[in-house]
Design a binder for this molecule. Structure first.
Ligand SMILES: O=C(O)CCC(=O)C(=O)O
Ligand SMILES: [Fe+2]
Length: 313
């Protein structure tokens, strides 16, 4: 059983501190019954039409599908929930000028599913550990999460470990949280889906955020067509990638992707950044490659005496 559980109106700094210290936190009562009903209504048709996985890591009794921004207005609101974004800002912005949506998906563990292999989500990118968090994951409980039904397994503190350190059995704890709660965990904390030993399915919605200079796990821009993109709340589509990732990063035809999408054209060149990105870029840590580690993974350190913003063009 995990603690680090906070009330929905808790100060985001306190939640972010817990995430920084232990790699995870839970916020309770973020979705109410009506949100949960609407979310289930939006997603149940896809749950019903999706086949079980057929691969060890993804599970054999687990249903997974993505592109949730196209499938659910409630998921759109979850993606931009202020309580979550406030924590994202504190965990991810020290490492990048922006972050964007990494992945959106349902993780529906049916009875009989066995525990997933313990892993770090940051294994997608070639950095040795310890490394910056790279992602912040949210796992929203659509059903209750218990240690019996596959509540996410976590190894508190493992976001600070070297690659060589493996968790012992008693270092692994299961997330227990009622429906409507959200678990937040960094991409470098060791975790896994649990085993479902009950007769009911564990229904989770995962929405992940990644540093703006890394490729998304799920290519968000192809999950909606142009008309759908234009109908999304502006904050949602900017987080999906219709925005600059840093000064000059991610432009389309020398335009900010948001201007390209919305057809805003000026008769003179416009800045390929925003004041907010410039501020974030000046404040972020600079990283220095210090060599390679196991399996050729790149070991990076924070540049100790970098002048923040000095490398800006
Ligand atoms: O289902 C879960 O609780 C977590 C699954 C997970 O970590 C993953 O698929 O990467
Ligand atoms: Fe994972």
């Amino acid at each position: 059983m995990l603690d680090n559980t906070f009330a929905h109106d808790c100060d985001s700094g306190t939640v972010a501190e817990a995430v920084q210290r232990d790699g995870y936190a839970v916020i309770k009562d973020v979705l109410n019954e009506s949100d949960l009903d609407r979310l289930r209504r939006d997603l149940t048709p896809s749950v019903e039409s999706t086949e079980f996985g057929d691969e060890d890591f993804w599970g054999h009794r687990t249903k997974r599908f993505g592109a949730l921004i196209a499938k659910s207005k409630v998921a759109q609101q979850m993606l931009i929930h202020p309580a979550v974004l406030a924590v994202c800002d504190q965990i991810l912005l020290p490492w990048a000028a922006s972050y964007w949506t990494n992945y959106s998906g349902v993780m529906y563990l049916a009875p009989g599913e066995t525990a997933q292999t313990l892993h770090r989500d940051t294994n997608l990118w070639p950095f040795a550990n310890p490394s910056p968090p790279l992602t912040l994951a949210t796992m929203w409980a659509v059903s209750d999460f218990t240690s019996e039904n596959g509540g996410t397994l976590l190894v508190p503190g493992s976001h600070l470990w070297d690659d060589d350190r493996k968790p012992t059995r008693d270092e692994v704890v299961a997330t227990e949280m009622p429906a409507g709660s959200v678990l937040l965990y960094t991409g470098n904390v060791i975790h896994a889906g649990g085993a479902n030993r009950t007769n009911n399915s564990r229904f989770g919605v995962a929405l992940h955020y990644v540093l703006g200079w890394l490729r998304q796990e799920e290519t968000q821009l192809l999950t909606v067509d142009r008309e759908q993109a234009l109908e999304l709340p502006e904050q949602v589509r900017k987080l999906m990638g219709y925005s600059m990732g840093a000064s000059g990063l991610g432009m389309v035809d020398h335009l900010d992707p948001h201007h390209h999408l919305t057809g805003v054209r000026e008769d003179r060149p416009v800045a390929l950044s925003t004041p907010e990105l410039d501020i974030n870029e000046a404040k972020m840590n600079r990283l220095r490659v210090v060599g390679t580690a196991n399996h050729g993974r790149t070991r990076i350190e924070i540049e100790p005496d970098a002048q923040p913003g000095a490398n800006n063009e």
